[in-house]
Ligand binder design. Sequence first.
Ligand code: NAD
Ligand code: UDP
Length: 319
Amino acid sequence: MKHILITGAAGFLGSHLCDRFLKEGYHVIGMDNFITGDKKNIAHLINSTQFQFIEHDITEFIKIDECLDYILHFASPASPIDYLKIPIQTLKVGSLGTHNLLGLAKAKKARMLIASTSEVYGDPLVHPQTEDYYGNVNTIGPRGVYDEAKRFQESITMAYHRFHGIETRIVRIFNTYGPRMRLNDGRVIPAFMGQALRGEDLTIFGDGSQTRSFCYVDDQVEGIYRLLLSDYTYPVNIGNPHEISIKDFAEEIIKLTGTTQKVIYKDLPVNDPMQRQPDITLAKKLLNWEPKVGRAEGMKITFNYFKSLTQDELYKSEH
Ligand code: NAD
Ligand code: UDP
């Protein structure tokens, strides 16, 4: 049985990855310190003999007794309000945490895949974004703590690959959504759906002309799974290229949820990227991968998940 360590296991993507690798017959070791994750996301796995959980902050030395074949590094705050609230931890998990895991991968002779992000492209001047674009990031802006941590993460990963011969993979994840996102994490999909469910107006930041391209979680997990098992070392974009403006997206959410509320406009956060769309030519060619779940279907599943939350969860404020 192959052994895999998944950091950020109690988070949105990490918990779905645990499910997938368990289904594929792996022994999964999940690791998380719950800083933005939730025990509820892995509650269904705790009694599985194939699953083991270690509560640990990966910026501290990591000790694993078992042999490891693979490491998936997904620990990191991922929503703008999270990384603005805990900027130092965000920088530490991307730098010190990644360093610890690369050391572990070297000791265990494990292949390691890191979760990078479309944010390495910053507010992009190339559209759609291809992997060979170097990006446009403001190092000292408020989002810089996340973007630069991820850029450092890519650099140290390539250095370990080149210098120590570690097998490494880099996925550049574009906005991904689905069940188990935190309702109050401030990202646009939980924000709009939560507002609709609470009977509040939908908040558009800026004039809503900025674009995003939303990928359903099952498609994202499939792309990551294929990349891990591929033999390609350089970064690969995984995301859904169907781009939409935030203003049009708010209209879609109004139709989907049936809310009678209106949209209201608030200030655009500093350095909020104006456009984002993955070029997935490389993923198609290398991994024979492309997204299968359309926005209408994925949003319906996600809204049903948010509808199933308790009143306490719906009204829990994190602001
Ligand atoms: P999430 O906040 O739901 O999950 C992150 C998990 O990491 C949480 O459970 C958190 O408790 C854990 N964590 C954070 N710091 C830690 C530390 N020091 N030690 C141990 N655990 C720690 O976020 P997510 O959306 O699931 O994102 C997962 C990964 O994917 C992140 O690395 C993120 O940067 C990347 N990513 C996500 C998206 C997206 O659209 N969801 C897009 C691009 C990149
Ligand atoms: N956004 C918005 N209203 C909200 C939350 C977010 O208009 O209540 C906007 C945000 O400014 C950004 C887009 O939606 O332009 C996507 O934001 P999110 O935080 O989901 O992801 P990211 O900016 O990291 O792509």
